[in-house]
Design a protein around this ligand. Sequence first.
Ligand code: SAH
Ligand code: SF4
Length: 455
Amino acid sequence: MSCGAMSGKGIGTMSGARIGATSCDPQAACWCAELPHGPAPAMSGKDMATTNAGCLCPVCLAHDLNATIDLLGKSAAELRALMAAFGEPAYRGTQLYKSIYANRRFDFAAMSDLPAALRERLAAATRIALPQVTRRYVSADGSVRYLLSLAAVPADRDASPARVETVFMPSEGRQTICISTQAGCAVDCKFCLTAQLGLIRNLTAGEIVGQILLALDDHRDALVPRTNVVLMGQGEPLLNYEPVMAAVRLMLDPNGMALAPRHVTLSTSGIVPGIERLSREKIRPKLAISLNASSDEQRDALMPINRKYPLKVLLEACREYEQGNREFITFEYVLLGGVNDTPEDARRVVRLLANLRAKVNLIPWNPIAPVRGVAKEVPVRGAAKEAEVPFRAPTPEAIEEFRRVLADKGQFAFVRYSRGQDIAAACGQLALIESPASAASLLPSIAVAVSPAPA
Ligand code: SAH
Ligand code: SF4
């Protein structure tokens, strides 16, 4: 199927949610600028509601499904093209863009800079589909974990309804929002609960930025000017590259969400082709790499992705990564008690990161359900016994000693304790847990809810 532009002045003809197109030029870019557009339709009749049979562009799909076009995730250029397709001046698209992303207006009636007639047409034919909040968990430390429902995506037949999580963390002088980029994750790190979900599906750009808009809107009366966003929720962002980068461009656009590039961090398990691609992007977030081990042997066991992109290859990609002035790559290191937390590990980390402008975030492991193969043996009720969980948190002494070894060798290192442990919102705990009980007492039920067949 080819991509084509609907040309001709009659494109704006609309009747309710039905949109007319006069012709389709298969050589030109489709107005929606993102999806293939089918062969030119045979147009007839006054209503001009005909669309291209089998075409996947949102106009045709919306018509086919008698649905509406989702504006969330569309760029300023796409919204301008959409307004032109409505027969409106393109600058209406710019106004719409600012309303959604800069002013966080999700109700057309509140977009008072648009003419009333256009607002009505928009309400009939389009929608701004923020994720639906299924549950909202509030931690004693003030963080909020949202369990979100995502609808099926009409334009993508692989995108069935799914659920993900977002965490809002207020602190002195800023709020940090941790967002998901995929539902579940295919990477299979042994210490991470999200891994147990497997990959459910990729998120769209709209679903990714929607999490931020929703969390900000929910806290609109208590926001401080600085917002940090970390792509550290469910999923591996570099395995969903295009939608993630489309979302990042929306976040960093000074005319839209206007987040500062240094306040948006993308964390990856080490997908080397994605890192190389990111390095060439003009607009990009800060990069964080989940290192989590001090040798290939250790990393192979903890993060199977290491067999594909071993440390030498990963760190070479980091050395090649175009770093701006004063830009650091962050290396996250989950400290697993008795596994990767010895002073010898710390010395190896220093050697691995030699010749890199790097800082290290040490994250004491957060408890999760027993992982594959072990989950079955865990009783359904009562807290899991430590011996049944394959990992344990590091001792405070081991954490401090590890940090000290790095610091003594001149390597910047910080200990990062995860927020929201009591609501299962901490790093690695995001796996759609629906109980208000504490993370620790949830362990057995997690095992029952998400444990797949033993490996
Ligand atoms: N998939 C990406 C981003 C999401 S995971 C990545 O792996 O980088 C975000 C961070 O949480 C990663 O640094 C990961 O190593 C860490 N993490 C996973 N499970 C954890 C756990 N149980 N305790 C502490 N950190 C964990
Ligand atoms: Fe996926 Fe990151 Fe968890 Fe690994 S740590 S399974 S990459 S979410």
